[in-house]
Design a protein around this ligand. Structure first.
Ligand code: GAP
Length: 449
């Protein structure tokens, strides 16, 4: 009985991921990269709605980190950096995973994944066993300039953080900040993961939203707790179900080489509790290493008491934009019966929904399309992403937008030409109200902010 329930549970979990992947393709959220050539291993493209969702997540993050605070500055460092950076950071030597190879099919796996612990290859089924683990560096390498030689090797950055550390003094001087202060950055990172998977959860190309907060040593523990709480509140502000979120503090064996204390923020995805953001106390590890390797002084001199000099400690908040997109999508997906009909809804918070409103003329005559088009133009002028749809029954049009996650439907009907009002339908409550057509843009603006 227990086994049966467990199988049912696993099936439901897989079903949900399959349904989500299928909806993401159907509605234009996420496509497999280079699909017409059979795809590229664990690389994904964001479609028309997906790019809007991810942009909304990134701009809300930027707003909360940079615009709403006086103590954080923005940065956009390059992906390619001097390779010495990655020697100093420890990535050339230590950014590795243990790798084994199936002796039969020669597929390679991370040595620590549960699927191979019984000695059987879960791909070909062979029990011939695996090779001894060898360390595999996760950084992508390429060459700078026309000659492909060791001296020309550069790396695609595996994290955005290092671009911030090497710019610490530039930003400090240019912005005239004082400690404590932070530097925020959003950008691509690349890791040649041995066992990527679970859709956009673990990929080889992804985006990070990282903020490094520079503090006086001794105040670091307090700041770590502060930032943990801030970040948890931010995720909740995206509408994510609070009971599916938790902190997970790293034990002594789990701590990264640079961290004194760290915890993840996790979400309960269909395949278990998973990290989507890490909060780390990195101490002065990074600045000390860059100071040593570059030979440049990276100390902070207190502007009031100039005899007070120190290497700041760093509290890092490091979130994945793609993982955040995955958790909001998984959290928003639901199926329900409405008036005896089954519907699929992506109940995304209006703040992150790709389309804020869809505009429907009830029929294609009596001047209704002209009024609906005018309203659509007003949305464009206000910079609000809206969608015009006059094809199919009104029920079908609502269902399409429910699946796409659009929070509001605006219908222009017979009454509109009589009293100048439109029907506003709420995706979640299905409540319908009449709103003056000339106020509709302001109402949607108010309800999606
Ligand atoms: N600078 C610290 C750092 O990079 P990390 O825990 O390795 O820490 C931080 O990564 C976040 O980046 C993760 O919580 C996750 O959201 C995202 N991330 C890391 N590897 C990823 C991958 N292969 N695919 C998608 N997102 C990834």
């Amino acid at each position: 009985m227990a086994t049966h329930n467990f199988s049912a549970l696993m099936k439901n979990r897989n079903d949900l991921m399959e349904k989500l992947v299928s909806l993401c393709k159907r509605r234009g959220y996420v496509f497999q990269s280079s699909e017409i050539y059979g795809g590229t291993g664990s690389v994904w493209d964001y479609g028309p709605l997906g790019v809007e969702l991810k942009n909304n997540i990134k701009s809300l993050w930027w707003r909360s980190m940079v615009y709403e605070r006086d103590d954080i500055e923005g940065l956009d460092a390059a992906i390619l950096m001097n390779p010495a950076v990655w020697v100093a950071s420890g990535h050339v030597e230590g950014f590795t995973d243990p790798l084994v190879e199936c002796k039969n099919c020669h597929r390679r796996f991370r040595a620590d994944i549960p699927e191979i612990q019984d000695g059987q290859c879960h791909v070909c089924g062979s029990r011939e066993g695996f090779t001894e683990p060898r360390m595999f560096n996760l950084m992508f390498r390429t060459f700078m300039g026309p000659v492909e030689e060791d001296a020309a090797v550069v790396y695609l950055r595996p994290e955005t953080a290092q671009g911030i550390y090497v710019n610490f003094h530039n930003v400090l001087t240019a912005s005239r900040q004082r400690i404590p202060f932070g530097i925020a950055q959003v950008g691509k990172a690349f890791r040649n993961e041995i066992t990527p998977g679970n859709f956009i959860f673990r990929t080889r190309e992804f985006e990070q939203m990282e903020m490094q907060f520079f503090v006086e040593p001794g105040t670091d523990d307090e700041w770590l707790d502060y930032w943990g709480n801030q970040r948890m509140e931010w995720v909740k502000s995206l509408g994510v179900t609070a009971s599916k979120l938790r902190f997970n503090e790293h034990g002594p064996d789990e701590l990264a080489h640079y961290a004194k204390r760290a915890f993840d923020i996790e979400y309960e995805l269909p395949f278990g509790w998973q990290e989507f953001e890490g909060i780390h106390n990195r101490t002065d590890f990074d600045l000390a290493r860059h100071q040593e390797h570059s030979g440049k002084k990276l100390e902070y001199v207190d502007p009031v008491d100039r005899s007070k000099r120190y290497l700041p400690y760093i509290v890092e908040t490091s979130a994945g934009a793609d993982r955040t997109a995955l958790i909001v999508l998984a959290d928003a997906y639901r199926e329900e019966a409405v008036e005896g009909e089954q519907r699929i809804v992506l109940g995304l918070h209006p703040r992150i929904a790709p389309l804020k409103a869809a505009i429907f003329p009830l029929v294609k005559k009596d001047g209704l399309p002209e009024i609906a088009t005018r309203i659509h133009e007003e949305f464009k002028a206000a910079g609000i992403n809206s969608f015009y749809d006059d094809s199919g029954s009104i029920g079908k049009r609502y269902r399409r937008q429910d699946e796409a996650g659009t929070p509001f439907g605006i219908t222009v009907d017979g009454q509109t030409s009589e009293d100048g009002t439109v029907t506003l339908r709420d995706r979640d409550t299905l409540a319908q109200e009449r709103i003056a057509a000339d106020r509709i843009v302001a109402v949607i603006q108010e309800r999606t902010r």
